[in-house]
Design a binder for this molecule. Sequence first.
Ligand code: ADP
Ligand code: MG
Length: 382
Amino acid sequence: MSGPAARGDVGERSWRAPGRVNLIGEHTDYNEGFCLPLAIEQGCTATASIAEDGFVEVSSAQRDEPIELALTDLAPGVLADEDSWAGYVLGVVWALRERGHDLPGLSLSVDGNVPLGAGLSSSAALECSVAAAVSDLCGLGLTPADVVAVARQAENDFVGAPTGGMDQLASVFGQAGHALLCDMRTLDVEALPFDPAAAGLDLLVLDSRAPHRLTDGGYGERRRSCEQAAELLGVRALRDVAIGDLDDALNRLPTEQLRKRARHVITENDRTLRCAQLLRDGRLTEIGPLLTESHHSLRDDFEVSTPQIDLAVQIMGAFDAIGARITGGGFGGCAIGLLEPRQARAAAVAIRAAFDGLGFGEPVGFTVVPSAGLRRIVSSHL
Ligand code: ADP
Ligand code: MG
């Protein structure tokens, strides 16, 4: 990530980081398990330049007011609620300083087209693009793995969203035509061929426009339940319970709620590994049932779906989706499905009509293409 610019050089550096769709492996990342995301074309571009010493200024094309702060004032909790969006950017600067990087005054401007708060990871796109742009501008020499770590530190410790790290891995390491099997214990990533168009399919995303908030209670509560289940089972994380030991493990948990949460995570890890094997073997068209089982598990056992998403998944099924599910952390956000292009268009129309009939907000449907991860944007005027 290091660039030719020495500190104090005039000029700017722009980096683009994508959002992601998680194909399968939901709420497994913080259980040190497996997930299978893909980077999408939609992303965020961050441009960094040197500014007045000692200060950092942040602006977003998606927000009206820029925010300016002294570097020495950066600390978790310093931002007012209405400025919280800037925490994803300032959190990166804070995390770099925490790691001992001595930064000059910075001006950071961002512009993204990932829908915000929809479960497609606008937050990781924002953090990763900023981390890479600052590293390049200031010659910090961050590796891609460092960008993942800094971005995650910003989200967890500065913003206060207890997310598990999948999003940043996908945003940095994404590859066109591939999904990434991520081992969230080792942070190893394996790119597996995933090209729906070549199989005559579209990957349809249906944004229910009911935004989630990962700093709200539901996500953290699920995370704590998983940690409690792991502790009661005497394992470091639920990742350590093999699918063959599922029944035995469930019998040892004291409440129905803990059993449901653990069953989701243990079976989801197994589904994710089976899905990865199918992709490895070039059998993309056979993954559908795993996606649909994942949805049922997230709806019934992990209880993070919504009536809007359940309806979207059901309608995609009625239009012959080979599989469909909620994607992202849940409590709103998006559904995905693999459908023939003609059926995908018809399903999106039908979902809009059904939402309208039930008085739900207006959803947005679009297809996504597995795309490249973090990259430098070369500006013509440099
Ligand atoms: P997701 O990552 O699924 O989109 P999050 O709740 O994790 O949802 O992050 C969304 C938040 O990230 C937004 O509410 C906003 O605060 C911030 N954000 C992301 N991209 C931008 C942007 N381009 N400009 C300003 N804020 C952004
Ligand atoms: Mg996010």
